[in-house]
Design a protein around this ligand. Structure first.
Ligand code: NAD
Ligand code: DAU
Length: 334
């Protein structure tokens, strides 16, 4: 299979490229990535020389570039490329519209014109909004709260519209919160691990009782592979780890694993429009495609903590660069 993966230098995309080339060494993968602050070629240092892998630096919203690539003929596009951080979308929503919505449409149009066999849009459970109880199914209405989730919801709708209007073979996945190797340390879990390792304060938004359902990134990658190979065109698939936790409990679990004091926990101002709880029903992918997560929060977190312990240069390099300026803008100097 010949795949165009976008955003493959980011957290989930790089894990996916590694997973796919490991499972299917005969596949060809082109990775198109703009290398924003979140894109890092070090994430794929072990893959870069592998036969069948090619990296192209560029913007998914660049019509001519996308056209030139898709002209080569692809069996599938897997679209990870996005601005992915809710807090940044509150500071400035415009790159979220440009990449998450406009970029997705440029890719869809290129896929349509050049007869791409399948378009997999990697989306998020955040498009359903918050629910204090129960679980959203794929039929639940979209009710996004942040500029990030609104841009993802808009892209989902555009993908489904290309399926209905142009019969493009589109599948959309909506996954819960990922964690694991190579996650940029602006997101909760790598932020907690790396701040704790540096004995720095751990910022907890609001009362810390917000709930998320955590999935190990490799379980997400296996689910995406299943949808890519066996998903039904025009269908949405929820993907969940089934490991719901209040943030404060998760943070305490990490501190315990690292033998660091709970005194590092610092309650800070809440995120505007902070969704109280995300929870989705993923019985469709389990029943139709035979997928189930393999990690639980215990062994998944042990694997993740171990990776950050062993890869200090990777995250220290990130935290000493541009990221530090962003962090200080968010939380002030430490
Ligand atoms: P990330 O921020 O780590 O990586 C995003 C990647 O996209 C980076 O490599 C970046 O350089 C690239 N990119 C950004 N704008 C681009 C553009 N215009 N053109 C080309 N490349 C561009 O994000 P992630 O956490 O790996 O998320 C990947 C996808 O999965 C996103 O679409 C996100 O919405 C979705 N998702 C993430 C989670 C999660 O918990 N992280 C959960 C569900 C869904
Ligand atoms: O649900 C899937 C989504 O999960 C993805 O679509 C997003 O790309 C991804 O960023 C993630 O969004 P969240 O907003 O849930 O993730 P984040 O890691 O930013 O925050 C997780 C929870 O922790 C949330 O309730 C906010 C809280 N938090 C976060 C940070 C960064 C804190 O309390 N302190 C922090 O410093």
């Amino acid at each position: 299979m010949k795949l165009l993966v976008t955003g493959g230098a980011g957290f989930i995309g790089s894990n996916f490229v590694r997973h796919i080339l490991g499972q299917h060494p005969d596949w060809q993968v082109t990775n198109l990535d703009k290398l924003t602050y979140a894109g890092n070629l070090e994430n794929l240092a072990d893959i870069q020389a592998q036969a069948g892998y090619r990296f192209v630096k560029g913007d998914i919203a660049g019509r001519d570039l996308v056209d030139g690539i898709l002209k080569e003929g692809y069996d599938a596009v897997v679209n990870f490329a996005a601005e992915s951080h809710v807090d940044r979308s509150i500071l400035d929503a415009s790159p979220f519209v440009d990449t998450n919505f406009k970029g997705a449409q440029v890719l869809l149009e290129g896929a349509r014109v050049h007869g791409v066999g399948r378009f997999l849009q990697v989306s998020t459970d955040e498009v359903y909004g918050s629910s204090e109880e129960g679980y959203f199914t794929e039929e639940s209405p979209l009710d996004p709260s942040s500029p990030y989730s609104a841009s993802k919801a808009a892209a989902d709708l555009m993908c489904l519209a290309y399926h209905r209007t142009h019969s493009l073979d589109v599948v959309v996945t909506r996954c819960t919160n990922n964690y694991g190797p190579y996650q940029f340390p602006e997101k909760l879990i790598p932020l907690v691990i790396t701040n704790a390792l540096e004995d720095k304060a751990i910022p907890v938004y609001g009362d810390g009782l917000y709930r998320r359902d955590w999935i190990h990134v490799l379980d997400h990658c296996r689910a995406l592979e299943a949808v890519l190979l066996k998903g039904k065109a025009g269908r949405v698939y929820n993907i969940a780890g089934g490991q719901e936790q209040p943030n404060i409990e998760l943070i305490k679990l990490i501190l315990k694993a690292l033998r660091k004091p709970e005194g590092l926990i610092t309650f800070v101002k809440d995120r505007p429009a902070h969704d109280r709880r995300y929870a989705i029903d993923c019985s469709r992918i389990e029943k139709e495609l035979g997928w189930a997560p393999r990690f639980n929060i215990g062994n998944g977190m042990a694997d993740t903590v171990d990776w950050y312990l062993k890869n200090g240069p990777w995250w220290r390099n990130i935290k000493s660069g541009e990221y530090e300026k962003y962090y200080q803008r968010m939380y002030g100097s430490r």
